[in-house]
Design a protein around this ligand. Structure first.
Ligand SMILES: NC(=O)c1ccc[n+]([C@@H]2O[C@H](COP(=O)([O-])OP(=O)(O)OC[C@H]3O[C@@H](n4cnc5c(N)ncnc54)[C@H](O)[C@@H]3O)[C@@H](O)[C@H]2O)c1
Ligand SMILES: [Zn+2]
Length: 377
């Protein structure tokens, strides 16, 4: 759809149904993100308004299907809806599971006008996005992220699945037709998933966006108590920041997209090291503390700023130290293949200040080791 038409249509639909929205600007592949309480009820209407076909395959987990099936059925009366489910957990975000999803697409006779809907957390989002990007070389795709983490980082600008050689090594830059961010999902999430999502909000809104730390600390208590409006406003802020980076450098070739890896270098390595037995947000607490500590050791952030960030991470019930069973040398070995130089040094995303991230010069082993020892002291 042309960008101007998309804006007009989205603005009039948002008015009609009293929804908040954002447009993700990717030229002809621009799409709307809708926000609101219980907006799943508009799913069928929105699919129709944006010209999506009638054959639908929902990719999800068994537990999520149980939570949402009756609401989906009510919203999708005029559609032929089929489901394909795979077990939850990061260890299933791989090409073996993907093969079973391709089989499900073939059995459902999906064609170029069919729609794949991703209903679930980040694992479902990444898997369904890659599936939609590659099945028949691309079919329409709709995102309904059901965790705070996936709403705050909804795979805008691409998806990735894991390979034994590393996390998120295989992926695509494929945009959805639309995204529905329903704030009613916060009710059923376990408390650790609320904390995990707040990790991504701290990452984007506070560290990358430079949002007022005092205000953030005040709102943190409301977020932990699942105040829907506060959570929704921070989800939106996080997505605004992610979009502002990705719209300028969708594929990462210009280099600025790398800033989104802030706090993630240690995080990805740690998740892989612990065989994906911990949540992404849990590992991100440690990853952000590590990257802030490195920023301070190299003379960019003050120690006070690191202490402040550590306090906020802890307040969100997230860890800041590596677990005792981590082998630090192996962990360093796991750090991003793409950021590794020939000498084995690594580039990090560091902070000069909250809101001022930059890509570092290659950093040697000794500095990384000193940083990991410091966060554990
Ligand atoms: N492509 C990207 O840009 C991008 C960005 C951020 C994260 N990710 C990926 O997202 C994944 C992490 O996402 P996640 O934290 O959402 O994990 P997840 O998808 O594993 O979901 C976490 C848990 O919450 C449960 N759950 C989901 N929705 C629920 C609901 N409404 N009520 C109750 N329980 C619910 C799930 O079943 C699961 O057990 C990682 O694989 C990460 O790499 C990708
Ligand atoms: Zn993340």
């Amino acid at each position: 759809m042309q960008k101007i038409k998309l804006k007009q249509k989205t603005s009039s639909l948002a008015k009609k149904y009293e929804l908040d929205y954002q447009i993700a600007n990717f030229g002809e592949r621009s799409y709307p993100l809708f926000y609101g309480n219980d907006i799943i009820q508009y799913l069928g209407t929105l699919l129709h308004e944006y010209g999506c076909g009638e054959k639908i395959l929902i990719v999800s987990h068994p537990k999520i299907k149980r939570l949402f099936e009756s609401r989906i059925n009510k919203a999708m009366k005029n559609y032929s809806v089929q489901w394909t489910l795979f077990p939850q957990g990061e260890k299933h975000k791989n090409l073996t599971t993907m093969n079973s999803l391709y089989t499900a697409c073939a059995k459902a006779n999906l064609d170029k006008n069919s729609v794949i809907i991703a209903l679930g957390g980040g694992v479902v989002q990444d898997m369904a996005n890659y599936l939609a990007a590659t099945y028949l070389r691309g079919i329409p795709f709709v995102q309904i992220p059901t965790t705070l983490l996936s709403q705050s980082d909804i795979g805008i600008g691409g998806c990735a699945v894991n390979h034994p050689a590393g996390k998120s090594l295989i992926g695509q830059f494929y945009q959805p037709h639309l995204a529905l961010l329903d704030s009613s999902i916060f009710k059923t999430l376990p408390q650790n998933e609320i904390s995990s999502g707040i990790a991504e909000i701290i990452n984007k809104v506070l560290c990358l966006g430079g949002y007022d730390t005092k205000k953030f600390e005040q709102d943190l208590a409301k977020m932990l108590a699942r105040d829907q409006k506060t959570l929704q406003s921070y989800v939106r802020r996080a997505n605004t920041i992610k979009l502002s980076i990705i719209e300028k450098d969708e594929t990462g070739r210009k280099g600025s997209r790398l800033l989104l890896d802030w706090g993630h270098t240690i995080t990805y390595a740690l998740e892989q090291h612990l065989a994906y037995s911990v949540s992404h947000g849990w590992a991100l607490g440690i990853g952000m503390h590590g990257a802030a500590t490195l920023s301070s050791q190299l003379g960019y952030l003050s120690e006070d700023q690191v202490t402040h960030l550590k306090k906020i991470i802890k307040k969100a019930s997230l860890p800041t130290k590596l677990p005792a069973n981590v082998n630090i040398l192996k962990l360093i070995g796991n750090m991003h293949l793409e950021q590794r130089t020939k000498k084995g040094e690594k580039k990090f995303i560091l902070l000069q200040d909250f809101g001022k991230a930059f890509v570092s010069h290659p950093i040697g082993f000794d500095h990384i080791l000193a940083c990991l020892n410091k966060i554990n002291s």
